[in-house]
Design a protein around this ligand. Structure first.
Ligand code: ZN
Length: 259
């Protein structure tokens, strides 16, 4: 039984609102962190005219729609990615509420989700994954494992093995092809997923990440004509899915095979 069946749909409205607030934080974080700007200090301002943004400019999604996707002061265009990030975060918060097994897992998921969305956005825009965010995600992964089967030792072993394998692949690829196989940032994501997920869920995660990666890479090549694509959004989507539904999916697979 999931949490939403116990708490009812009344849980989903506040979760959606919370998702919008965190989505708004993610837009600021994913803009400021790679540019070396302070995340905590300094009020948001329009990058075009420098106007300090106030409440009417900062309402998630609503401000963007009401102002026709432009700054209220100088009419400079405001990218659609801001409301898109807010909408995605909101949807993920609601989905987390629908799928979480209990309150602790819900809280952990709600803590992980904004970090994961920020990492995906930063990788898309800058092709890198800031350590401050991957470390935070690794800590949350350990907490998740601790509240799951509690087998922290297996988690640490899996993460170390994956990190070693990723590093070896990198060295091998560099020697053979003169370019890295899997980026170090992507390797860190695969390793930290090993902290959280038991073996069955981890294999499922690898499979989903592989399939999403092929689709995502194909789209990237087709639309942009570039073979090198940011892999992290696909890895993070697979990780999120495996955290939320890994065990349920595995049970279904087992039932399909037995039946
Ligand atoms: Zn402006």
């Amino acid at each position: 039984m999931s949490l939403s069946t116990i708490a009812g749909p009344s849980l989903l409205v506040p979760l959606g609102a919370l998702g919008l607030v965190f989505g708004s934080f993610v837009t600021a974080l994913s803009y400021r962190l790679p540019r070396g700007e302070s995340v905590a200090r300094g009020r948001s301002h329009c990058p075009a005219c420098g106007h300090v943004l106030t409440v009417p400019d900062l309402l998630p999604i609503l401000s963007w729609v009401a102002q026709g996707g432009a700054c209220r002061h100088c009419r400079a265009q405001v990218s659609w990615r801001y409301p898109a990030i807010e909408a995605v975060t909101m949807a993920l918060f609601i989905a987390a509420g629908l799928a979480a097994a209990d309150l602790t897992h819900l809280v952990l998921l709600l803590a992980m989700t904004p970090v994961m969305v920020a990492l995906a956005v930063i990788d898309l825009e800058h092709q890198r994954l800031p350590n401050s965010l991957t470390i935070m995600l690794a800590m949350l992964a350990l907490a998740w494992r601790w509240r799951g089967d509690g087998d922290i030792l297996s988690g640490l072993t899996a993460a170390a093995a994956v990190a070693l394998l990723g590093a070896l692949l990198n060295v091998g690829f560099r020697k053979l092809k003169g370019k890295p196989g899997l980026g170090m940032g992507d390797t860190k994501l695969f390793a930290l997923a090993g902290l959280a997920l038991p073996l069955g869920s981890y294999l499922l995660f690898m499979t989903i990440a592989g399939v999403l990666g092929v689709i995502w890479g194909g789209l990237w090549r087709w639309r942009l004509g570039i073979s090198h694509f940011p892999f992290a959004p696909a890895i993070l989507a697979a990780y999120w899915l495996s955290l939320v539904a890994g065990e349920t999916l595995l049970e279904r697979l087992v039932i399909l095979r037995m039946g």
